[in-house]
Design a protein around this ligand. Structure first.
Ligand code: ZN
Length: 257
């Protein structure tokens, strides 16, 4: 009897240990995995340190994806599959970067190019070629023409859309779309909410403006076909996470509760 109680006690302590932080005990979920990155490389802003993944770790994460047999998608792959109601390859991953930071070109792009991996960037269109920490249009073109990197809109000036008027929101949505389409020479159909700030009103304006897919900051893995009831969920990849944590991100959409 005592032995059984001890065993039960140990199991409970073990479960408590696991559940304290990590998501091991959650069942793995199949579907579209979308990874959210911001910066790759050396930290240039101490207050944002968590958003900087060093090159070594980024490389290791990509190797893990390659070894596990993931198919890398671009925005247009997801848009087309959604429009045509087609399935996605069983292990699909969409790598996304938010904002359009300079290091996406100087640090992330060389690694992606070397491994021939597709990735995608949501641009603060108003900051491109305007602020020194951000990409220039030349860099955007070079990456786009290389065939591995696609771009979509993150609005003009990274505004919290929920707190703007309809007219202001429309301006953020339409102006960024138009400029991007002129620069890239193709239609832009995906949008990502700055700060993840979205509600019903904002969302309906996004679709009214000609976007067909919206990306948010809620964590998780998306079932496919996407039901469009909520913005696409993403896994937040942050500094200080191990490769075991990365595995949880890929299979549970988060590594911590
Ligand atoms: Zn952002």
């Amino acid at each position: 009897m005592l032995i059984i109680l001890i065993i039960i006690g140990l199991i409970m302590i073990f479960l408590l240990f696991l559940s304290k932080q990590k998501t091991y005990w959650l069942p793995p979920k199949k579907g579209l995995v979308v990874l959210m990155y911001h910066h790759i490389g050396a930290i240039t802003k101490q207050t944002e340190a968590g958003f900087f993944i060093n090159e070594e770790m980024f490389s290791a994460q990509l190797e893990q994806l390659l070894d596990s047999g993931y198919t890398f998608l671009s925005f247009s792959d997801v848009e087309n599959a959604y429009k045509e109601k087609k399935p996605l390859p069983p292990k699909s991953v969409l790598i996304t970067f938010d904002d359009g930071w300079k290091d996406n070109f100087t640090a992330a792009y060389p690694i992606l190019k070397e491994k021939k991996i597709k990735a995608n960037i949501f641009l603060n269109v108003g900051d491109i070629s305007a602020k020194k920490d951000f990409l220039s249009w030349e860099e955007v073109s070079e990456m786009f023409n290389g065939g591995l990197i696609e771009f979509a809109s993150h609005g003009m000036n990274h505004r919290r859309l929920r707190s703007l008027t309809n007219t202001e929101i429309k301006k953020e949505l339409l102006e960024s779309k138009k400029i991007l389409e002129n620069k890239l020479g193709c239609e832009v159909k995906s949008f990502c909410y700055p700060y993840g700030a979205v509600d019903k009103r904002v969302r309906s304006l996004v679709f009214e403006s000609g976007y067909i897919i919206d990306y948010g900051t809620r964590k998780g893995i998306n079932s496919w076909p996407w039901n469009a009831k909520h913005p696409i969920k993403r896994a937040h990849i942050m500094a200080g996470e191990s490769l075991a944590d990365f595995h949880l991100q890929l299979t549970r959409g988060r590594y911590k509760l």
